[in-house]
Write a protein that binds this ligand. Sequence first.
Ligand SMILES: CC(=O)N[C@H]1[C@@H](OP(=O)(O)OP(=O)(O)OC[C@H]2O[C@@H](n3ccc(=O)[nH]c3=O)[C@H](O)[C@@H]2O)O[C@H](CO)[C@@H](O)[C@@H]1O
Length: 352
Amino acid sequence: MKRIVLTGGGTAGHVTPNLALLPALKADGWEIVYIGSETGIEKKLIEAEGIPYYSIPTGKLRRYLSRQNISDMFKVVKGVKEAGKLLKELKPDLVFSKGGFVAVPVVLGAKKNKIPVIVHESDITPGLANKIAAPFARTVCTTFPETVKYVGKGKGVHTGTPIRAELFRGSREKGLELCQFTADKPVLMLMGGSLGAVKLNDCLREILPHLLEEFQVVHLCGKGHLDQEKADWPGYRQFEYVSDGLADLFAMADVLISRAGSNSISEFLALKKPHLLIPLSAKASRGDQILNARSFEKQGFSMVLPEEDMTPETMEQSVRQLYADREKYIRAMEQAGQTSGVEAVMAQIRKF
Ligand SMILES: CC(=O)N[C@H]1[C@@H](OP(=O)(O)OP(=O)(O)OC[C@H]2O[C@@H](n3ccc(=O)[nH]c3=O)[C@H](O)[C@@H]2O)O[C@H](CO)[C@@H](O)[C@@H]1O
């Protein structure tokens, strides 16, 4: 039996594509092992799938000066050592890395043990972790076609994003039941990325009384960001993070507001869900979400509101406009015909 090590973590977007591959990998007869961090979101999500999970120490690699850089550097070195040792014992035939800081020591450990590596890059331009990992990879799968040119000659393959199959099997009725909503009023869903988005949460909650006149609102607000005061508001339902049941919430949602994390927007496109993107600003990130959003906007899939222009008023106006124009966005997404990248990624995996 062939053995594959999956890695990736830190945010859910570095884990959900790995989750999406599990059924196909099992069907092909791979024995699956996961290497992730000691405390990251990947631990809970992967252990829930019954996949053997090994943790290694991880440190964040920063582009800016921080006192933590020194202690994190030690953790990275320790992580590389432990990942190398683990891989020597596990002897996998392949390592598949979805990125994030935990993946760097695993990829370096694979290189040391001469184990082939496939990397998946979700954003238009590779993040720091994948920039370090890509030179050691045989293949770099990409969500966006334009990324192929950034990842090393002959390595890039445009595969799209592996999307969890269950997301295509959601039930609107079950979603309504879960939220205790009625069928006669449209549903707006806000999704702030896997860690939530405080600015989006606050802005939405300011205009909630207005929005509730026209919409029912389901809000994925991120861990620690529930607003207890509004817990009993009729037509408003909050969740910190949803695993089972996300498919039903998607099926129920008429329109969405979201950050422009690559995995979320790939899901909206595949599910043809009209959405307003408010990408994380270039001050708080390397600007990857701005590029993701711009690409989707150019193709007619998304309405975009830059964070600098976001006020309660512009958010409300944009949502109402999005709802009025929803058919236009659905048509553009239908024409694109984008589905899940699971099969395209599996085609690369099957080469090993
Ligand atoms: C703040 C940050 O650094 N964000 C980055 C992070 O996004 P981040 O991981 O935050 O967001 P993504 O949109 O890429 O992925 C979120 C994933 O979590 C799932 N989900 C979310 C909420 C929930 O309740 N349940 C659930 O299952 C979504 O369906 C999706 O599959 O990695 C992405 C991919 O490299 C980048 O594009 C983002 O810029």
